[in-house]
Design a protein. Structure first.
Length: 369
C-alpha cells in the first residue's frame, strides 16, 4: 500500500535534434560557406549534439581542420575560426617562424600581438669577415612565441616574498618556465621570402626589436643579391702609325719585363717575348711574332699591337707547348723589318730571380737572321 501511494517521478524526455553535415567533400584548410552543409536527416540526442554544429549558418566563415567527406557530421573540432587554425584571419598573410636567442628577443618578453622589426646579423670572424647587420623585415606582426621544444611560453606569476613583500617570479605549480626561442610572424609573402632568404639561405642570426610607430619605420632593405657584371666591351682597335724609321730588338724571358734568358727548363710551357722598338712618329704599330724550332717548324705565330715607342712584353703560350731539349728562334716582324733571338729548352735549368731592366737596343740580330 505504501509503495503504491509514493509519488511517481516523471522521466525527462530525451530531445533529439539534427546536426550539420557536409553536402559535399570538403578539403582541409578550406573556408566553409553555409551552402556546403545541411542538416542531417537523422537526429541525435541533444546532449551529444553539443559537440557538433546545429545550424548551417554557424559554420559560415569557419576553416576546416581535416578532410570532411560528404554526409559526415561537422564537429566543433572539424571547423574553427580561421585565426584558431592559422593564427590570423587575413588569408593574404603568410605565417613563418624563425629561431632567435632569448636575449635578442626584447629580453624574452616578446608576445603575440607585438609589432616587431627583424634584423639579420653575422658576427665578426677575422679580417676578411668584419661582421654585418641588415634590416630583414619591419613592422611585422607576432602571432606566436614558442620554446625550443614547441611548447607555449608560460607566463610567470608574481608572488610577494614573505619577509620583504617584494615580488619574485614563480612559474605555475608543476610547470617549468622555458625561455622563448622561436618567433612566428604573419607577413606578406614577399616579406616572408626575405625572412627565409636571410635566416635559411644566407645563415644570418636573428635579432628582434619592438617596432617604433609607423611614421618612424625604416623601409625594408632589399636582400643583397649578386649583381650581374656587365660584359666587357673590347676596346676599339687603335689606328696604327707608319713609322719612317725603326730600330729594335727582341729577347725572351720567363716573366713580363723580366731578364733576358737564353736557356729555359724543359718543363717550360709559357714564355714572354720582350720587344724594344724605337721609332717615329710615336704611336701604336702592328707587329708579328713567330717562333720556329731548329728544324724550321712553326711553334707559334701571333699578331700584336705595340702601343708606343719603347719596351713592351708579349705572352707566348703555344697550344702544343714546347719540345724539351730543343733550340728555338723568335722572329719579330714590323714594317718590313725583322729582329730575332735564339733560345732553347734544356734539362732542369734554374731560372734567375733578378728583375729585368729596359733593354738597350743591340746591333746583334737587329736585321734579319
Amino acid at each position: 500500500m505504501l509503495l503504491n501511494l509514493r509519488p511517481r517521478v516523471s522521466e525527462k524526455p530525451i530531445n533529439l535534434v539534427p546536426i550539420v553535415v557536409a553536402r559535399q567533400d570538403v578539403e582541409p584548410y578550406s573556408v566553409l560557406s553555409s551552402s556546403q552543409v545541411t542538416l542531417s536527416s537523422t537526429k541525435i540526442p541533444e546532449t551529444l549534439a553539443m559537440d557538433y554544429y546545429q545550424e548551417p549558418a554557424d559554420v559560415a566563415g569557419l576553416m576546416t581542420t581535416r578532410f570532411i567527406a560528404a554526409g559526415q557530421e561537422v564537429s566543433r573540432e572539424d571547423a574553427k575560426p580561421i585565426e584558431e587554425v592559422r593564427y590570423v584571419a587575413d588569408m593574404g598573410l603568410e605565417i613563418v617562424s624563425f629561431p632567435a636567442v632569448f636575449s635578442e628577443m626584447v629580453a624574452g618578453q616578446l608576445r603575440p600581438g607585438h609589432k616587431i622589426n627583424v634584423y639579420g646579423y653575422r658576427r665578426e670572424a677575422g679580417k676578411d669577415n668584419p661582421g654585418e647587420a641588415i634590416l630583414v623585415a619591419s613592422n611585422v606582426w607576432v602571432v606566436d612565441v614558442r620554446t625550443a621544444t614547441g611548447d607555449e611560453v608560460r607566463e610567470e606569476t608574481q608572488e610577494p616574498e614573505p619577509d620583504s613583500g617584494a615580488l619574485f617570479a614563480a612559474p605555475g605549480v608543476g610547470a617549468v618556465s622555458e625561455p622563448a626561442s622561436v618567433v612566428a610572424v604573419a607577413a606578406a609573402p614577399d616579406v616572408v621570402q626575405d625572412v627565409i632568404l636571410a635566416f635559411g639561405a644566407k645563415g644570418y642570426d636573428a635579432w628582434v626589436t619592438l617596432a617604433p610607430s609607423p611614421e618612424h619605420i625604416t623601409e625594408v632593405a632589399p636582400q643583397p643579391t649578386p649583381t650581374p657584371q656587365p660584359e666587357e666591351v673590347p676596346p676599339a682597335p687603335q689606328e696604327t702609325v707608319e713609322p719612317t724609321s725603326i730600330v729594335g730588338a727582341v729577347y725572351m724571358s720567363n716573366r713580363d719585363g723580366g731578364p733576358k734568358l737564353d736557356v729555359f727548363p724543359n718543363n717550360t710551357s709559357v714564355v714572354w717575348a720582350v720587344v724594344n722598338l724605337q721609332y717615329s712618329p710615336d704611336g701604336p704599330v702592328s707587329i708579328r711574332l713567330e717562333i720556329r724550332d731548329q728544324g724550321g717548324n712553326l711553334a707559334f705565330t701571333g699578331d700584336f699591337t705595340h702601343p708606343k715607342s719603347g719596351q713592351h712584353s708579349y705572352l707566348i703560350a703555344p697550344a702544343g707547348g714546347f719540345t724539351p731539349d730543343t733550340e728555338y728562334t723568335t722572329t719579330l716582324h714590323v714594317e718590313g723589318e725583322r729582329f730575332s733571338a735564339k733560345w732553347r729548352l734544356q734539362g732542369d735549368s734554374v731560372l734567375p730571380d733578378t728583375g729585368g731592366a729596359d733593354l738597350a737596343v743591340e746591333d746583334e740580330g737587329s736585321h734579319g737572321y
